[in-house]
Design a protein around this ligand. Structure first.
Ligand code: ADP
Ligand code: ADP
Length: 223
């Protein structure tokens, strides 16, 4: 089933005259990892930010039939350098949003336990996040977003700052999370290997067309 639908989507920034994205169409379905791949500067982040509701767009952009006009708990975002609270513990970073939303301490504890297990950081629950490696920090950032049970997880070059080995392990983690949590994921990357490893469907952009030029199902996911 279609989760995100974009029709004739165009985007420009306030300080630019030309569209950065020009009349693109795409759909993100329930339960898929939709990976948008293309060279740096082609407009991937711009599309993701419109889907997140951070920036306005022309044309139709909706989630489950509702027009996207602003950020929403239902669309959690992980950035390349997600800023955690460095002086808070791992568990507090993950549970903070839930606390702010008024969930009970028991509920929060339960959810945080489950997420720590998934991301493999149960041992580090009391560590301050400034003490963690880059890969660990990104795992906390992912858990923090998963805590909200967003319907769609948006990931903007989530592993771009990590070394190749850590990156490889993080890709596996994403595939594991996707299977356990049955979540829908929209991820952008400039790394073809990453796209092919993680995507159930892959959308491609180039540096000229300002739109998605091709979308295909990927038979190599998880390989
Ligand atoms: P990608 O994510 O594929 O690297 P971006 O979406 O970040 O590409 O950028 C697409 C184009 O939009 C680039 O030419 C970039 O310079 C421009 N751009 C991105 N953000 C802004 C902004 N805030 N203001 C003006 N131009 C921007
Ligand atoms: P990415 O790693 O996603 O490609 P960039 O390094 O292109 O991101 O951009 C980092 C940040 O700077 C983004 O928030 C983007 O919106 C902003 N940005 C990129 N290009 C421009 C630009 N030409 N003018 C203003 N802001 C920009």
């Amino acid at each position: 089933e279609t989760l995100i639908k974009a029709n004739n989507l165009s985007i420009k920034y306030p300080n630019t005259t030309e569209n950065v994205i020009d009349k693109t169409d795409f759909e993100i379905c329930d339960n898929e990892i939709f990976v948008l791949v293309g060279p740096s500067g082609c407009g991937k982040s711009t599309i993701l930010q419109a889907v997140a509701g951070f920036i306005p767009a022309d044309g139709d952009l909706s989630m489950s039939g509702q027009k996207i006009t602003e950020p929403d708990w239902n669309r959690g975002v992980v950035f390349q350098n997600s800023s955690l609270y460095p002086w808070f513990t791992v568990e507090k970073n993950i549970g903070f949003g839930l606390k702010a939303r008024g969930f009970s301490p028991e509920k929060i504890h339960q959810r945080v336990d489950y997420l720590l297990d998934i991301i493999g950081l149960s041992e580090q629950r009391k560590s301050k996040t400034f003490e963690l490696s880059g890969g660990m920090k990104q795992r906390v950032a992912i858990a923090r977003v998963l805590a909200n049970k967003s319907e769609l997880l948006l990931m903007d070059e989530p592993f771009g700052a990590l070394d190749a080995f850590t990156r490889f392990r993080m890709q596996q983690l994403i595939l594991d999370i996707w299977q356990k949590e049955k979540t829908s994921i929209f991820m952008i990357t400039h790394d073809l290997n990453e796209a092919i490893r993680c995507g159930s469907r892959i959308a491609v952009m180039n540096n000229h067309d300002k739109k998605i030029i091709q979308t295909f199902s990927n038979q190599f996911q998880g390989i």
